[in-house]
Design a protein around this ligand. Structure first.
Ligand SMILES: Cc1ncc(COP(=O)(O)O)c(C=O)c1O
Length: 459
């Protein structure tokens, strides 16, 4: 009698396997990133310019070219609440698609906040606490980042205020209540609490808000108060670095499964979950040991910064209060349509992701929200887990690639980051089932107008 061993459905690591260091891709880039510039002088910003916003350790990490940065033990102790996270083999999805491809997903929805976002929130709260900050302020789009920071500030006994993009605030009241449960104060953005918010409300009283507007409000709040600093959930290099625990674990788990990935996929808003998952593999692509690996970033058609934006210096926020960052941008005052993947409604993109895209190391694809929800439902019905609309963008492209394998008969190994659950997004699922979700065409005219207002960068 032959015994056939069932393929494992998930590959688990033990707490002792938790990464001890974050991986800093900046050490392995062929050329350094273009510097962040001061908007008034056009000169690179120094630590003193950023000190009102961030603690010094994070400013150092932002520009560090050290390959490995040790994760402090108090941060690791909190990570161990839910990390290492499982890597699942998507056997149910493979069967549903009748594909010969082998599909794996890294499941970040098991964190207390429901996404990958606490990986950096905990680190940021820790360094702020160490350096004497009393209060952190931030923006949130989907509500996942705000929840993550509300949790992390609670664990380090800091105050927290969250400017929540108006459309999400209205769509997801329970996200707000979750943040309040952890003790945060939450206001809809644009709000009446800041000059930036009041100016936008005066011009557009029904503004749905955007991540760019909410960042302006949070930055203004932080610079106005001595006891307060600002915390960003994506885009910046140190934030992406904190997320590399995801990819380091996934690499180990794929090795345990005897797999070598052919395709990696992640959704991108500001770039943090994609980068955290992909960067440890990008290192192999850059050093030539995984030359054929394809790495695909997936963005919404309504905010397609990589696929349709311009690679230039722009503000990170709408009210032009941040330094200038070289990134693929749709223009700092471009307000994306109110799609339900609130975490992807950002006009720009992380500089590290932009540099990789510009040099052809990674690919990018834009998808509409109806096909995205169709993919989310296929996934929920075959794998059980109910994905966040942001993460469902990655699933859309995974399904497309797996279906291509069905046509070609190739047995590719596809791995993706399932960055969060969609338990607070059921209103969007309801609209999808009712057929009332809109697919917003790429707003070419609005983007062109916004790109006309890019800041002038002194030569
Ligand atoms: C579940 C989830 N995935 C992805 C994102 C997009 O952000 P990032 O590109 O930084 O991962 C968000 C943002 O809120 C999110 O909540």
């Amino acid at each position: 009698m032959t015994i056939t061993l069932a393929a494992p459905r998930k590959i688990l690591l033990e707490e002792k396997d938790l990464p001890t260091h974050w991986y800093n891709l900046q050490a392995d880039l062929p050329a350094p990133l273009p510097p962040i510039l001061h908007p008034a002088t056009g000169q690179p910003v120094g630590p003193a310019d950023l000190a009102p916003l961030f603690p010094m350790e994070l400013i150092k990490q932002e520009v560090s070219r050290e390959r490995w940065i040790e994760i402090p033990e108090p941060v690791r102790e909190i990570y161990r609440l839910w990390r290492p996270t499982p890597l699942h083999r998507a056997l149910g999805l493979e069967r549903a698609l009748r594909t010969p491809a082998r599909i794996y997903y890294k499941w970040e929805g098991v964190s207390p906040a429901g996404s990958h976002k606490p990986n950096t929130a905990v680190a940021q709260a820790y360094y702020n606490k160490q350096e004497g900050t009393k209060r952190l302020v931030t923006e949130t789009g989907a509500g996942q980042w705000g929840s993550a920071l509300a949790l992390a500030t609670r664990l380090f006994d800091l105050e927290c205020k969250v400017y929540m993009v108006r459309v999400s605030y209205d769509q997801k009241p329970y996200r707000r209540i979750m943040m309040e449960t952890w003790g945060a104060t939450v206001v809809p953005s644009p709000s009446r609490d800041t000059n930036a918010g009041r100016a936008i409300l005066a011009a557009a009283p029904d503004s749905p808000g955007s991540l760019g507007i909410a960042i302006s409000e949070a930055v203004e709040d932080a610079v106005m108060r001595e006891d307060t600093k600002y915390s960003l959930g994506s885009v910046l290099s140190h934030v992406l670095m904190h997320q590399t625990v995801i990819g380091q674990e996934a690499k180990k788990q794929l090795e345990l499964a005897g797999e070598r990935a052919d395709i990696l996929v992640g959704c991108i808003g500001g770039g943090s979950n994609f980068s955290g998952f992909a960067f440890p593999f990008v290192a192999d692509k850059l050093n030539g040991s995984a030359r054929d690996l394809r790495i695909i970033a997936v963005e919404p058609t309504a905010a397609p910064s990589l696929t349709r934006g311009r690679y230039v210096y722009d503000f990170g926020d709408t009210a032009m209060t941040t330094p200038l960052i070289k990134m693929y941008t749709l223009g700092h005052d471009f307000i994306p349509a109110p799609i339900h993947a609130g975490g992807l409604r950002y006009h720009g993109m992380a500089p590290l992701v932009c540099a990789l895209y510009d040099s052809g190391v990674i690919e990018a694809v834009a998808v509409h929200q109806n096909p995205t929800f169709e993919a989310a439902v296929t996934f929920a019905r075959s794998e059980g887990f109910l994905p966040a609309p942001e993460a469902a963008h990655a699933i859309r492209v995974v399904i497309d690639e797996a279906e291509r394998c069905r046509e070609s008969g190739e047995r590719k190994t596809i791995a993706f980051n399932l960055s969060g659950h969609g338990h607070f997004d059921l209103g969007a699922y309801e609209k999808y089932f009712a057929g009332s979700l809109e697919d917003y065409e790429y707003p070419a005219e609005k983007v062109r107008e916004s790109l006309d207002r890019l800041p002038k960068v002194p030569a």
